[in-house]
Design a protein around this ligand. Structure first.
Ligand SMILES: *Cc1c(COP(=O)(O)O)cnc(C)c1O
Length: 420
């Protein structure tokens, strides 16, 4: 019957009316998904469509800074929706100015460009770096150095910046003007720098994460970043930090750069900034700001609604003293994870991370990978996310309580007991 209707409609050039029930097939097949449908959330907890409750150590994907359906966030966004949602950047936007002021007052930056995601923030940074390279170092074809195993997003330039060949495969030609060094490896960095600079200025910027998130929860090394900072300053190369995952308090400091003891010329934000709402930002120091009107733009970037979400996150981090809270809960989580490493020595070689961005590192010869363990955790009603094949990542909402950290560790222990 349906076949006949299809044929009939096709002959007159009309698509078949959509089925009554929502179908997964209409969604383009770009994600490996867990067989789980989450329909409701409160704080650090989410419920599936069967009514089962899960402890959420994924938090969107490190985005739900204040947890799900936070009361203050709800009220503030309801109020904003009643006032105004979107006006274009043709006009002044008070919410945007307020959020920019807050970010500038609380960081080393002097001005902010708003967009909608991490990849877009990095695109803005890449354009800024190229213009800065042309103008301030007289480079014709600027190169941007990034780290192997990094992650900077999925648009063409951001994915080229991402130092993982698996993300490039099938999408060549990648964008020109990028080269790579090994993260936390001073020799590798110096070699890459020398290679491009030996016949005069060629490098416009170094774009790097203070802690590699997707690449395996790998914290930046102090001495390494001191050297990178020094080399960049000597040559007027921009040091741009990708703080998309670490920034906005997740490390226990507001910015990841505070953990490695340097100041960048520019840095990018997204994930945690909007507390679950789409917003990204490029923050720059005055000397690095070469953008002029017309250089860059975004239709939705900096709209009143997204900026209200960002402002609410910012103010609640302060009002609830979340930085200290993240530091304490981070220590509790870390200590618990260290006990699990001791209890399951055949599975794990260690744990690493900052604050509420922690990773459990599987042994090379371990009998299971991080994706399998995340799937097994679902049976224990715990949501976890892999960071590469060998790291199990925990990025709960920053408001997670002491008791909830205990529950997270208990559920993780139960998961590992079944896996081991
Ligand atoms: C997630 C992430 C991105 C990409 O952000 P999107 O919003 O998905 O474009 C870029 N950099 C880092 C460090 C990230 O963790």
């Amino acid at each position: 019957m349906t076949g006949l209707v299809d044929t009939a409609l096709k002959t007159v050039g009309v698509a078949r009316p959509s089925a009554k029930t929502a179908s997964a097939n209409a969604v383009m097949n770009t994600y490996n998904r867990f067989p789980l449908t989450l329909v409701r959330g409160k704080g650090c907890w989410v419920w599936d469509d069967q009514g089962h409750r899960y402890l959420d150590a994924v938090a969107g994907i490190a985005t739900d800074t204040l947890g799900h359906s936070d009361r203050v966030m709800r009220r503030s966004l309801h109020r904003q929706l009643r006032r105004i949602q979107h006006v274009s950047n043709l006009y002044r936007i008070p919410e945007q100015e307020e959020l920019a002021d807050w970010l500038v007052q609380h960081s080393c930056a002097d001005s902010v460009f708003f967009c909608n995601s991490g990849a877009e923030a990095n695109e803005a940074a890449i354009k800024l770096a190229r213009k800065h390279g042309h103008q301030r170092r007289n480079i014709e074809r600027p190169v941007i150095l990034t780290a192997a195993a990094s992650f900077h997003g999925r648009t063409l330039a951001a994915v080229t910046a991402t130092g993982q060949p698996k993300y490039h495969q099938g999408f060549e030609p990648v964008v020109e003007g990028f080269d790579y060094f090994n993260y936390n490896d001073i020799n590798s960095f110096e070699t890459a720098l020398q290679k491009h600079e030996e016949h005069g200025p060629k490098v416009a910027a170094v774009l790097i994460e203070p802690l590699q998130g997707e690449g395996g929860v790998n914290p930046g090394d102090h001495a390494f970043f001191q050297t990178v900072r020094q080399r960049c300053s000597e040559r007027n190369i921009l040091l741009i930090l990708d703080e998309v995952q670490v920034g906005m308090g997740r490390s226990g400091r507001l910015w990841g750069y505070e953990q490695i003891g340097i100041e960048p010329d520019a840095f990018t934000l997204a994930k945690g900034l909007g507390g679950g709402h789409a917003i990204g930002a490029l923050l720059v120091q005055a000397e690095a700001d070469v953008f002029r009107p017309g250089d860059h733009a975004s239709t939705f970037g900096g709209n009143p609604f997204a900026c209200r979400a960002g402002l609410t996150v910012a103010r609640e981090i302060e009002r609830r003293g979340l930085l200290q809270h993240v530091e304490q809960r981070g220590i509790q989580l870390r200590e618990g994870l260290e006990l699990l490493v001791e209890r399951y020595p055949d599975l794990f070689e260690g744990t690493r991370g900052w604050g509420l961005l922690q990773g459990l590192v599987l042994r090379e010869n371990s009998t299971c990978n991080a994706a399998q363990l995340s799937a097994a955790a679902i049976d224990q009603r715990l949501l976890l996310v892999a960071a590469g094949p060998r790291v199990l990542r925990m990025v709960p909402p920053l408001v997670i309580t002491r008791r909830e950290v205990q529950q997270l560790l208990q559920r993780l222990d139960a998961t590992l007991a079944t896996a081991a």
